[in-house]
Design a protein around this ligand. Structure first.
Ligand code: C2O
Ligand code: CU
Length: 457
């Protein structure tokens, strides 16, 4: 017979580290710090970047649908930071928005992120503090959530696009306050990388079916995607599967947006297939697939859609509705009578703070949310873009659909609203908390295009 006290003592004596449960592993670290990498082509100096664990883009974080992510952010930068898990319908406390859902993580400090991922798909993460500068200097990484069953493909390839503004010595130009960028199309770089490379190349075979997960991690650049010798179909947008795959015939991928393509290589052996971007009349390669071997003689057969994620269906008849009027910027008649931090400010004062855009007459985050919704309420928001530029509006914690004459469009977390046009979106506000709603052209966000909504519990 062992009495309870001796039993407890003997357990204590045998445990490796008394008082600390042995099974509890330390969480893996994501360290934000300065690093030097070869970003520009060979022959150029190394570039000083801000990176997650020394890599640009950061290493792919990959998990099964329904899995739990536990990572400790360690900030070794001089600048406070956070991590936002873009597109994840996440617990609000883990959303990573500095000063809205958490305190910024100061230099030398850490923060434990611990959350469950409900949806399979292509996502990414990046800072949400001084975001324009931190993303432009290299802080971003893919977050891939796998479906329970692997679709029938030959390879699964993540292609993360970063847009850099480099000087002739290949260093990131420190001009984040540039008013020209802020008031026009944003901070557009002069050097694009795919997975940190000047040119992404993958040897391929004819009739291979590749899943290409394209992530636009540019601060402000819209990428016009296309394919050559690729028979590509869009199977998901912003992580959410389409009901029916759509043939890729040119599409805009706005900052923060993702597209999953099933791309069949149709080039002959000896030829090359390309994923392309179009820019001012020119066509450039984003990814190059030289066809090196015979491969399969026949094309792959019918393409099945990906299994849907469990998104609630908007109930339009019971929706509450509001409007977001976007104003300001160059050639937009600029702004008058705009509030900032509860004060009416003139043009000159706003400009001195780097602010050139407003939502509903407010530049920068308002004290009160754009709207408050009860949980499970369907919400409609009209995005009325009265500016001369397009904007990539991103809602946190939810996916929404554009309302179109033929019905609800595909679920997305970021939508491009063209200059002087308007779109209406609808979603079920089923995730309690405070959620940012902002332009993901990060120079525009920094220059005032930010608001938030609140969902009751
Ligand atoms: Cu990709 Cu508010 O973020
Ligand atoms: Cu914008």
């Amino acid at each position: 017979m062992i009495d309870r006290r001796t039993f407890l003592l003997s357990v204590g004596a045998y445990s490796i580290s008394p008082g600390v449960p042995a099974a509890k592993a330390e969480p893996e670290l994501i360290v934000a710090k300065k690093s030097k990498i070869q970003l520009a082509p060979d022959g150029y100096p190394q570039t000083e970047v801000w990176a997650y664990n020394g890599r640009v883009p950061g290493e792919i974080l990959r998990i099964r649908q329904g899995g739990r992510i536990v990572r400790r952010l360690e900030n070794q930068l001089d600048d406070p930071t956070t991590i936002h898990w873009h597109g994840i319908r996440i617990d609000n406390a883990m959303d990573g928005v500095s000063d809205l859902t958490q305190a910024p993580v100061g230099s030398g400090e850490g923060f434990l992120y611990d959350f469950v991922v409900p949806d399979a798909g292509t996502f990414w993460f990046h800072p949400h503090r001084n975001t324009l500068e931190q993303v432009s200097r290299g802080l971003s990484a893919p977050l891939i959530v796998d479906e329970p069953d692997q679709p029938d493909i030959d390879d699964d390839i993540v292609l993360m696009i970063n847009d850099w503004r480099l000087d002739p010595d290949a260093q990131v130009i420190d001009d984040f306050a540039n008013m020209m960028d802020r008031s026009h199309a944003g901070r557009i770089g002069n050097y694009l990388t795919v997975n940190g490379l000047a040119e992404y190349v993958r040897a391929s075979k004819r009739n291979e079916r590749l899943r290409l997960r394209v992530i636009n991690a540019s601060s402000d650049r819209v990428i016009r995607l296309g394919g050559k010798e690729l028979n590509a179909h869009i199977v998901a947008l912003d992580g959410m599967p389409l009901r029916a795959p759509l043939h890729l015939d040119g599409m805009d991928l706005a900052p923060a947006q993702r597209v999953d393509l099933f791309a069949d290589i149709v080039a002959e052996p000896g030829e090359t297939a390309f994923l392309t971007s179009e820019e001012r009349g020119g066509t450039y390669s984003l990814a190059t697939f030289p066809v090196s071997a015979d491969g399969a003689a026949v094309p792959r057969d019918y393409l099945k859609p990906l299994p849907p994620n469990d998104l609630p269906e908007p109930q339009l008849a019971d929706a509450i509705a509001t409007e977001l009027v976007m104003e300001g910027g160059a050639m937009g008649g600029m702004m008058s009578g705009v509030m900032h931090r509860n004060r009416m400010m003139g043009m000159r004062d706003l400009m001195s703070k780097g602010l050139v855009w407003a939502f509903n007459g407010v530049a920068g985050m308002p004290d009160a949310p754009l709207l408050r919704a009860d949980r499970h309420q369907t919400v409609r928001i009209t995005l009325d873009n009265r500016t001369a530029f397009s904007h990539a509006m991103h809602l946190h914690g939810h996916h929404f659909s554009e309302m179109m004459p033929e019905g609800l469009g595909p679920a997305r977390d970021t939508i491009l609203v063209g200059a002087r046009s308007s779109k209406e979106i609808a979603f079920v506000a089923d995730n309690p908390g405070k959620w940012m709603f902002h332009c993901h052209m990060l120079a525009h966000q920094a220059a005032g295009m930010a608001t938030w909504i609140e969902v009751g519990s």
